[in-house]
Design a protein around this ligand. Structure first.
Ligand code: ZN
Ligand code: ZN
Length: 670
């Protein structure tokens, strides 16, 4: 088993995207690899980092020029070196992690780590692992990336390789493999200009970022260009989405407005042109998708190189002002799309859609199997916190011989498809590392005909009907990864929000282990019938009086037990910290869930099942409601171990809290 540690930082998208894509590629091409992505800025500095991030976003939004100056200051190597004293917590944390995990290979996607590693191993002849830097900047590369040593430098292109060479880095240490975009770009051809499917349609993708409020006029001008079809993504800005929806209604299906999306690779592959800001991730993804780009915003400093990449290699254009974008689009498609065709041809030459896979191969080549005679180097006098022994069987062993055992489960979890804080992959890693056996992701789907449904749609708190296919596809992808990596079952679910004017007409219903979307406008009995038709479970969510962040209590199912008790598979006897003892008194089948929206909600009631670890056994166990108990999930001790037991990936310090679930309350049923 090769152990690979990828270090990233949440400042700006490029670093995280590179880290995530590289991990996915490594896990795709090798079974014999354990990959961890760690953001030490997030885990060492906690709320301070949140503060920095907010400040960063604020600055980017309102004073891009000021940020340009700060960026060059922060990433200036002497500044970094002088500040290392102030990074002592970071240094200590990384030292602990390296010492206990003994990785075979460490990869950095953020320049500061090379300096910290240099500091850590200052007195030793060599590092006990292979160290590689993935440079996420292009062309304008700050010296901080290479002023501390790495064994190898991976860069996005030859032009960037030349910058490093000019700075004295030996050529054999530089690999221009491309920026590690998602492996989903590899193996597919982009959309031709005139395809049998789309005919004369020119499909433009307009990626609007927060702070770009004046996009309405640009959209109107774009729509004047004949044959233009537009997809607009607005991120999580619900107000902006509503505004653009209103403004584009007249164009009918020529304009599609999306909120936050996980499917950027697919969108770039089936559009002819993308309009957006010069962020590292989007520019590199556009190149990988061979989708020409028109940049409408360049933040001075780290984004300038990305914009120059487009203009110098003829891959698109840079608009001085946003309102020039429609003219640039028009010109690109004039004269039988002469300019566009040229861009597409140039993209074909520079595009490296399989960069992440090739980088992953390179990493595996250099990550030697651990040498048993290798001595661990003592970096600090204080020993790290001892790992807690709670062995988790490997997925394969569980799959081979399913035997009844106690399973730790949570069937009520929200992600940022609705109002949760974490993405689906983040939820999977969070629960996987804590040793859960089965989880179900249940984002809110509101009935648009109901009052609250309308409000909820406005505030972006529910998954939109148009995004349901994507929601199912993303969870399916993560289901496979969760099983491979953690031996954890992941189910797809939906929380159907049927909110009325009063609490007696409001109900929340969980559909567990669904195979396909269900129409949000169906009434409750019909929704339950559809859930059952898919082999899923219908669960009454928080059925009684409680403190709710959603406002109103949801008593409809409880008040109409005569109708619903025969239809519903189980009722939440506990939801987060609320206990509904009435469910027990009525002897209804029960389970307990977090109603998870953010990491701190993990400290809450959970279900323990005693059955085989398969979706069918788990559902049957809940239906029969035998061997079901609930437990109040609490950290065993608050000293957070950074390292997990053997066979389980490490937790970041912020997440790390080891739990030993024990049935706190056994309810014997029947
Ligand atoms: Zn709810
Ligand atoms: Zn919920």
């Amino acid at each position: 088993m090769k152990k690979i540690l990828i270090l990233t930082a949440g400042f700006g998208e490029g670093h995280n995207a590179a880290a995530r894509n590289l991990r996915e590629a490594l896990e795709l091409i090798s079974e014999d690899v354990q990959v961890e992505v760690l953001d030490l800025f997030a885990s060492s500095y906690g709320s301070l980092n949140d503060l920095a991030r907010t400040a960063y976003q604020g600055m980017v939004q309102y004073v891009p020029k000021l940020w340009g100056g700060l960026y060059s200051l922060i990433d200036n190597s002497t500044f970094v070196e002088q500040r290392l004293g102030g990074f002592s917590r970071l240094k200590e944390a990384l030292g602990d992690i390296l010492q206990v995990t003994q990785p075979d290979c460490v990869i950095s996607t953020y320049p500061v780590y090379a300096h910290i590693i240099q500091e850590l191993y200052r007195d030793h002849a060599e590092r006990p692992f292979f160290f590689m830097t993935v440079v996420t900047d292009s062309i304008t590369v700050n010296s901080a990336w290479f002023s501390a040593p790495s064994d190898l430098y991976c860069v996005a292109n030859e032009a960037t390789a030349n910058v490093l060479k000019a700075a004295g880095i030996p050529g054999d240490q530089i690999r221009p493999l491309g920026f590690p975009v998602s492996h989903r770009f590899a193996g597919e051809s982009p959309e031709p200009l005139h395809s049998p499917v789309f005919g004369r349609e020119r499909r433009l993708l307009y990626v609007i970022h927060t702070g770009k409020k004046k996009s309405g006029k640009v959209i109107e001008n774009l729509m004047e260009i004949p044959d233009t079809h537009l997809t607009v993504t607005v991120g999580r800005d619900a107000e902006l989405k509503t505004k653009i929806l209103d403004r584009t209604r007249e164009y009918g299906n020529r304009v599609r407005v999306l909120g936050w999306t996980n499917e950027m690779p697919e969108l770039l592959m089936n559009h002819h042109l993308v309009i957006g800001k010069a962020g590292a991730a989007i520019v590199q993804e556009a190149i990988a998708a061979r989708c020409p780009m028109i940049v409408n915003q360049v933040i001075p400093g780290h984004e300038e190189g990305n914009a120059r990449l487009l203009t110098e290699f003829g891959l698109g254009a840079v608009a001085e002002r946003n309102r020039e974008v429609p003219d640039l689009v028009r010109e690109a498609f004039e004269h039988k799309a002469k300019i566009w065709t040229e861009w597409r041809r140039n993209l074909g030459r520079i595009s490296r859609p399989d960069a992440a896979l090739r980088l992953a191969e390179l990493v595996l080549e250099h990550a030697e199997a651990p040498d048993p005679t290798r001595k661990s180097i003592q970096l600090f006098s204080t020993p790290p916190v001892a790992p807690v022994a709670r062995p988790v069987p490997a997925a394969a062993a569980v799959a081979g011989h399913p035997e009844p055992r106690r399973l730790l489960c949570d069937f009520h979890i929200h992600t940022n498809y609705s109002d949760g804080k974490l993405t689906v992959p983040e939820v999977v890693d969070f629960y996987g590392r804590l040793g859960f056996d089965c989880i179900c992701i249940t984002d809110h789907l509101a009935d648009p005909r109901r009052l609250i449904g309308k409000l909820a749609r406005l505030s972006n708190m529910t998954v939109s009907e148009t995004q349901l296919t994507e929601y199912f596809a993303v969870i399916e992808r993560e289901r496979r990864r969760a099983w491979r990596k953690y031996g954890m079952l992941v189910m797809t679910g939906i929380e159907f929000n049927k909110d009325g004017y009063t609490q007696k007409t409001s109900a929340h219903l969980l559909g567990i282990d669904l195979k396909a979307p269900i129409d949000s406008t169906l009434d409750l009995p019909e929704t339950i019938a559809q859930i059952h038709a898919q082999g899923g479970l219908a669960i009454a969510s928080h059925p009684h009086i409680m403190k709710s962040e959603w406002g109103k209590n949801t008593l409809h199912l409880w008040e109409n037990q005569d109708t619903y008790a025969p239809l519903i598979d189980a009722w939440e006897i506990a939801n987060r910290n609320n206990i509904f003892d009435c469910v027990g008194m009525k002897a209804l089948p029960f389970l307990a869930n977090s109603d998870f929206h953010k990491p701190k909600h993990i400290y809450s009631w959970k279900t323990l099942l005693y059955c085989e670890k398969t979706p069918e056994s788990i559902k049957e166990c809940i239906r029969r409601n035998e061997h079901v108990s609930i437990t109040l999930f609490r950290p065993e001790h608050h000293q957070a171990p950074v390292i997990a037991p053997r066979g389980r990936p490490a937790l970041t310090a912020a997440e790390a809290a080891e739990f030993t679930p024990q049935p706190a309350l056994e309810v014997v049923h029947g």
